[in-house]
Design a protein around this ligand. Structure first.
Ligand SMILES: Nc1ncnc2c1ncn2[C@@H]1O[C@H](COP(=O)(O)OP(=O)(O)O)[C@@H](O)[C@H]1O
Ligand SMILES: [Mg+2]
Length: 304
């Protein structure tokens, strides 16, 4: 499980509370920040997501794992308002969020990271950050009428951007084009940019993809820092070492459904989870052999 070093009192309480949560799909949590019900997304004849019920524990780091094509990214897109479900409801901080567009979802405190696109690569690092902080007040109309207010916010945004750049050790890159950053630095920038809206919950889709080992520890540290600061983290990741290292809770998806939930150790030793990864392979979809190997190594102890 996650590190046993000293943690914030809120983190300790969250971990204690998770000990009573049954290890089964849809398990209720004592204080969920996000609750989703009957969320369905179809693409033509394919049901990409069909999540009956899921709850995300507040203040914890939850990993969403599952074979390629399981529906993880689609589920992320639905929850954050970047895609619309065919059916389903969910609440965030107790407020209904289904049908709410992405920028309003971000205003409510739930953000996802985005890959640095080509267009953003041509912007300076600091401008990427400022862009991440715009529009969060929903006062565009008044801002255009009252330039002083706008300037005030602009200053505040720039200050917050510089604080975050320093925290993520990107301050030396402030004036560089984002496209000139290394893979790992891009990931840091993506995370820093998401934090510009001061969210309650951060969603990370494969934060370690393309990151060299030297930066892995620093990224892991930053994700743990988010939790220390009271944020909730939901992330998709193939790297099982990372999942084990930082997750308080793991949710497993396969073929659009939640098939298992629990602490990292129990989930990774669950034969249903290993079968799901292997099953995806037999379906002809790709799987990551490293993931299967990691899960099988885990399962051997459980299978006797
Ligand atoms: N825009 C789309 N149009 C059609 N099919 C899609 C689209 N997005 C995802 N899919 C399909 O939905 C399934 C789930 O995809 P995805 O959510 O990307 O899975 P994961 O992130 O778990 O690998 C896959 O079969 C994928 O091909
Ligand atoms: Mg994906």
């Amino acid at each position: 499980m996650a590190d046993e070093t000293t943690v914030a009192p809120g983190v300790a309480r969250m971990r204690e509370a998770l000990k009573d949560v049954p290890h089964e799909p849809g398990a209720p949590k004592p204080d969920p920040i996000l609750v989703a019900d009957k969320v369905v997304r179809r693409f033509g004849g394919l049901t990409a997501v069909s999540v009956d019920h899921v709850e995300i524990p507040r203040g914890g780091i939850t990993a969403l794992i599952g074979p390629n094509g399981a529906g993880k990214t689609t589920f992320f897109n639905l929850l954050t308002g970047f895609d619309k479900p065919d059916e389903g409801d969910w609440t965030f901080n107790g407020k209904p969020l289904a049908g709410v567009p992405a920028h309003k979802v971000a205003n409510q405190g739930m953000v996802r990271t985005f890959q640095l696109t080509k267009a953003l690569s041509r912007l300076k690092v600091i401008d990427n950050m400022r862009l991440g902080g715009t529009g969060q007040r929903g006062e565009k109309f008044w801002q255009s009428l009252i330039p002083a207010l706008w300037r005030g916010q602009e200053k505040e945004i720039t200050e917050r951007a510089d604080d975050l750049l320093a925290r993520f050790k990107l301050d030396a890159k402030r004036e560089d084009f984002a496209g000139s950053l290394s893979g790992g630095q891009r990931k840091l920038l993506e995370m820093a940019r998401a934090l510009m809206v001061q969210p309650d919950m951060v969603m990370l889709d494969e934060p370690m993809a393309g990151v060299n080992p030297a930066l892995t520890q620093s990224l892991l540290g930053h994700v743990k820092d988010l939790r220390e600061d009271g944020m909730t983290v939901l992330f998709v990741e193939h790297d099982m070492d990372m999942v084990r290292d930082i997750s308080d809770w793991v949710i497993v998806m396969a073929q659009g459904k939640v098939i298992a939930e629990g602490t990292p150790d129990t989930v990774m030793a669950d034969p249903r989870v290993i079968d799901a990864y292997l099953g995806a392979h037999h379906d002809g979809t790709e799987h990551d052999p490293d993931v299967v190997a990691a899960l099988e190594a885990e399962g051997e102890t459980a299978d006797e």
